[in-house]
Design a protein around this ligand. Structure first.
Ligand code: SF4
Ligand code: SF4
Length: 242
């Protein structure tokens, strides 16, 4: 008795059909081999007529979003006194350890902020800062905010450490540079209630002894600055009263 195979017998007429079915597949592949590069060039041609996205920086500068996180700024009260109270909360909030603050006491002879303390040393290291804005959220007096300035790149690490002098806001109309006396008749709370809107008439900057300045009376004899302040030099040079 002849052995029976488990596989069903296929009619020999199916073999040519299978080969016929494989042939269109091969021809499709060869067609795709030709079409793919053409389709690729199609993408190139379409892009040639689209609006260009390239920005011509730095020749043409794009305006940033209004709430862009750029370089920091230390703000002033409307009379010119500083808002920073040297509390260091910004430094503690910073995840990159980029802020260094040293606070000091105000005195009536040398007052930088309306309250008890001010930020004597203030530095931000832009080699570390990630411009996240957590420091400005932590600041209790809105002394620290961020500007839209983003051109912070530099080739030296030292230049990337911004000092208080670089971060402090400029003087606007009605302001007098710190240190100077508190607005007469006002207290610290009045500054935060918005009652001080400009420097009191006759407000003059005090001598910044902590920065190495000397009172006019202690300046060496012959100093042009001392003479100008006392009026002696001007009178002598012009021969007033001669
Ligand atoms: S923006 Fe962020 S990283 Fe930069 S100083 Fe403030 S808290 Fe630190
Ligand atoms: S900037 Fe604000 S948080 Fe930082 S030390 Fe000054 S007052 Fe405090």
């Amino acid at each position: 008795m002849a052995e029976q195979s488990n596989m069903p017998d296929r009619p020999s007429s199916q073999l040519p059909e299978q080969q016929q079915a494989a042939d269109p597949q091969q021809s499709n592949q060869s067609n795709q081999g030709f079409q793919n590069p053409v389709a690729g060039f199609g993408v190139t041609f379409k892009a040639m007529f689209k609006k260009r996205l390239t920005e011509q920086y730095p020749e043409q500068q794009k305006t940033t979003a209004p709430r862009f996180h750029g370089r920091h700024q230390l703000n002033r009260h409307p009379d010119g006194l500083e808002k920073c109270i040297g509390c260091e909360l910004c430094a503690w909030a910073c995840p990159a350890d980029a802020i260094y603050v040293e606070g000091a006491d105000n005195t009536e002879e040398e007052r930088y902020s309306p309250g008890e303390r001010y930020g004597r040393v203030y530095q931000i290291n832009y080699a570390r800062c990630i411009l996240c804005g957590l420091c400005i959220e932590a600041c209790p007096t809105r002394a620290l905010t961020m500007t839209n300035e983003f051109e912070l790149a530099d080739s030296s690490r030292e230049n990337l450490i911004y000092t208080k002098e670089q971060l402090l806001a400029g003087l606007e109309e009605g302001m007098v540079d710190s240190p100077h006396a508190i607005y007469p008749g006002m207290d610290e709370g009045d500054y935060y209630r918005g009652l001080v809107t400009q420097a009191a008439p006759g407000t003059e900057p005090q001598v910044a002894v902590s920065k190495g300045e000397q009172p006019a009376s202690e300046e060496p004899a012959g100093s042009a600055v001392g003479k100008a302040a006392s009026g002696e030099g001007a009178g002598a040079s012009r021969g007033v009263g001669a």
